[in-house]
Design a protein around this ligand. Sequence first.
Ligand code: BGC
Length: 535
Amino acid sequence: MKVTVTQIFLLLLLSLVHSFAEQRSNEEEEVERSQFPSGFLFGAATSSYQIEGAVLEDGKSPNNWDVFCHIPGGIKNGDTGDIADDHYHQFLEDIEIIHSLGVNAYRFSISWSRVLPRGRLGEVNPKGVMFYSKIIDNLLLKGIEPYVTIYHHDHPQELEERFGAWLSPLMQEEFVHFAETCFENFGDRVKYWTTINEPNLLAEMAYLWGRYPPAHCSAPFGNCSSGNSDTEPLFVLHNMLLSHAKAANIYRHKYQLKQGGFIGIIANTLMCEPLRDIELDREAAKRALAFYIAWMLDPLVFGDYPPEMRQYHGNGLPRFTSEETKLLTQSLDFIGINHYTSLYAKDCIHSTCSSDGDRAIQGFVYLTGERDGVPIGERTGMRRFFIVPRGMEKIIEYVKERYNNMPMFVTENGYSPPEKQDEQEEDLVQDAKRIEFHKAYLAALARAIRNGADVRGYFIWSLMDNFEWVYGYNTRFGLYYVDRQTLRRTPKLSARWYANFLTNSGHNHVENAIPGSFKIKDAILTRLKTQKAEM
Ligand code: BGC
């Protein structure tokens, strides 16, 4: 039989239409809570610097972000975290709104400079400890699991000034001391610890692009007063991995058995698709994942950086001693995954690229959100974030395959709308697009779970609008709207949708899933009473 060119063309067209339809129907699939395993944690997430405010109150020292925000030109509109959402004073009301969502977990982080204002050189600040202790107690009383990140981008400025913070191995001992202070003071009640939020993103933002403090970078990535974008991110990440491993080691040996919790770390995960339908770009997409995600996770699972990185960085990539390798590979109970977007990857080894893609530190890959002017997914309020729900399924599949299906939590996933001039509260709370976003990403996550991925929780970023780092307050990820003048919190449509989604089935509260929870409850009530009497 002879096949004509027209027939081939028609066949191609049909298969295109089919795969497009399949993709659409996957993404529009309805999602229900009952599609997730029982005991699954559903929560909302925040971080200390982004919501607390109370910048120098009750013994807190200035941290790296406090200082950075006050350098003119660093943050959009000159915003700072001095007041943020004033969560430090409104945490009880905030726990009420968390509770009203019907979540069974809440992810937050601890401000290092509130608890240990001078790091190892000073004392523990009792008022800082008391603040987090009250948050934990009040969450538990409501049956909400505290899911604690020890470090989410903010550390005492003194550590920066004394020895260059993450650039120095001295930071490892400082971090271990901070982590141990947290285990000691909160570990009787916290069952989920994550040591460091997104070491990979932090290394890039602060030491490659120079956009987060201490703003180190070099050409072609940026124009900073100091730094080396080709090498510093590697050393900084190395120190963060060893900090994590040493802290986890202390937890395992001194606390875990007694306290019965779990410890993990959180990776920023970006999914990559080939820009062109050619082998070179398929390889580039894989390489981009290796140079970003496996960069931080391979050492923690296999004890060394990915082979691709060794190949292209040669001796520029730091090495682990055999003792360190041992610590690293015993340091994870689970992997936390922050996922927002996908980008296209273009090969820069054999193809011509812009100068920043053409570097070993970027894996010789150029990443872009557009193909022939068409974005990979709908645009959002973040320049590099596009709505690509299939990326969630793919990234979970990637982590599952590469790391032998280690337990995972999606520790962040969220949407911020493109900014519009003079937008009012009435418009911002009508956030149908955010609902659509979460439905589609949750449906993709449910598919990954049906395919066997061991995912145990999902946290929406964020509980409420907050200080979105260099973008300030006009980039809004919250389920709750926060009025910048009055700081009043108003539920958006998405908060009501999440509450509905969550109450559609049982297994909500985890109270009885915590070993010894009744004993814990008695102890909490007694402590809260004593604290009241002392005030
Ligand atoms: C960070 C959050 C941030 C969010 C949205 C994540 O990388 O952990 O602190 O607000 O992305 O940009």
